[in-house]
Structure formats: C-alpha cells, structure tokens
Design a protein around this ligand. Structure first.
Ligand SMILES: NC(=O)c1ccc[n+]([C@@H]2O[C@H](COP(=O)([O-])OP(=O)(O)OC[C@H]3O[C@@H](n4cnc5c(N)ncnc54)[C@H](OP(=O)(O)O)[C@@H]3O)[C@@H](O)[C@H]2O)c1
Length: 220
C-alpha cells in the first residue's frame, strides 16, 4: 500500500487526514512534536519542522523508505486578531519558521524518500489568506508566511518536475480546529476528506496548483 507522512498529525486537520488515510489502508507516518501524546493512527515519529536536529533524526529513521505523499500540514497562526502595532516581531519570525521554512526544510530532508515512491507527491496545507488577489486586512505574519510558502512551492514545482515529483497547495477551508475556532464553516472531516480526494486524483498535469479543499482552483 502507499505511504504518507503527515506533519502536525496529533490534532486538527492533520489528525483527521491520518485517520482517513489509515482507514483507506495506507501506511501512515504520523509526525508530531510530542509523539508520546499523539493519538493519531499509524507509526508515530517525532518532528519539529523548525528544528534541524529533529528533522535530520526523522530523515535518518526513514532513510531508504519510499514516501508516496509527504504532507506538510503543520502550521501556526500567531497573529490572529493582533493589529500591526501590537504584533510581536519575534512571532512574525516564528510564523515564517513554522509555516514557510519548516515545510521546505522537511522537503529537502525527505526528497529522496518521495523520489523512490510511486506517487511522488508533495502536498502543502496553505491558506487562501496567502492569496494576494483575494487580499483582505490584518494577519500580516500569517498571510505573508503562506504567500511565501506558495512562492517557494511554485519554484519547487519546476525544480522537481524532471524527477517526476508533483506538488499541490491546498486551502483546507475555514475549519473548526484550535486554529480555526468553533465558529468556522466546516469540520475536520469535510476538510480532510475533500483534500484527500483532490490529492488522490492529483497528477503531473495539475502539479503546482493552488486548490481549495473541494478542488476549486484559487488565483495567486
Ligand atoms: N483551521 C483553519 O480554518 C485553517 C484555514 C486555512 C489553513 N489552515 C492550515 O491548516 C494547517 C493545519 O491547521 P489546523 O487548523 O489543524 O491547526 P491546529 O489544530 O492548530 O494544529 C496545528 C498543528 O501544527 C503543529 N505544529 C505547530 N508548530 C509545529 C512545529 N514547529 N513542528 C511541528 N508541528 C507543529 C501543531 O502541533 P502541536 O500540538 O505540537 O502544537 C498541531 O499539530 C495549518 O497549516 C494551517 O495554517 C487552517
């Protein structure tokens, strides 16, 4: 069966993704900062996407194993409802470390695993808040971190195409999680099931697209 590694698999959207892939018979590698307290199904692995040592240890543990889908899902929204004049700039940097640089650090470390697999897919949970054409106000750190992630993945898409590796950027919807809050539009099941359908059907012709959880394409 195919295999998937999901970051931030201990709660929220990542946990539901792990449950759905496990139910579908995939080999799930559930990555989290604290695997002892991770109740997602599958193999548990320790992974802090901001930490070189943690990522290197995970890569060492997974060395030689194909990973069909590497799903960079972990993220933070540290400036929710915080205006620019009250934004702690360290939080802005931390947001970039988790949301932008973290996924690319992991991609770099696990590229060989993905290249060895059948599906060769790099999935990224981004946000429509990173779209410049759908611009609204506030959330400077979060929005800019996701815009930058989108750009990094756009570049990556071109670089990895010769190896047959494809990418996809996914907006999960506004989801009822710790991050999305209780008043959000949809639950984790609708979000994760929708994104899983999109990724299951993803092919090289669609590589690099910025898609909603229901498959609709977003403008950058
Ligand atoms: N919920 C929404 O409405 C919404 C909308 C658009 C996009 N998104 C995106 O969807 C993704 C998942 O969000 P969610 O709603 O499920 O959020 P969540 O419930 O707050 O979960 C966030 C996950 O990210 C993990 N994480 C944070 N920092 C990390 C780090 N340094 N290394 C590894 N893992 C780390 C958390 O682990 P800990 O438990 O250890 O903190 C947790 O598992 C994020 O990328 C988010 O930006 C969400």
């Amino acid at each position: 069966m195919p295999s998937i590694l999901i970051t931030g698999a201990n709660r929220g959207i990542g946990k539901r993704l792990a449950e759905l892939y496990d139910a579908d018979g995939w080999t799930v590698i559930a990555a989290s900062r604290d695997p002892a307290n991770c109740n997602a199904p599958g193999e548990k692995i320790a992974l802090d996407v901001t930490d070189d040592t943690s990522v290197a240890a995970a890569a060492e543990a997974l060395s030689g194993r194909p990973i069909d889908v590497l799903w960079n899902n972990a993220g933070v929204y540290l400036d929710k409802n915080v205006p620019l004049d009250r934004l702690d700039l360290d939080k802005w940097e931390e947001t970039f470390r988790v949301n932008t640089i973290g996924p690319m650090r992991l991609v770099r470390a696990l590229m060989d695993n993905v290249a060895r697999s059948d599906r060769k897919t790099l999935a990224f949970t981004t946000s429509k808040m990173g779209s410049i054409s759908l611009l609204s106000s506030g959330a400077y750190a979060y929005r800019s971190s996701k815009t930058a992630l989108n750009m990094a993945v756009a570049v990556l898409t071109k670089d990895v195409a010769p190896q047959g590796i494809k990418t996809v950027l996914l907006h999960p919807g506004w989801v009822r999680t710790d991050m999305g809050g209780g008043g959000a539009d949809i639950d984790t099941d609708a979000s994760a099931a929708g994104m899983k359908s999109v990724v299951d059907a993803h092919d090289m012709a669609q590589s690099g697209k910025f898609l909603n959880f229901d498959g609709r394409e977003f403008s950058w």
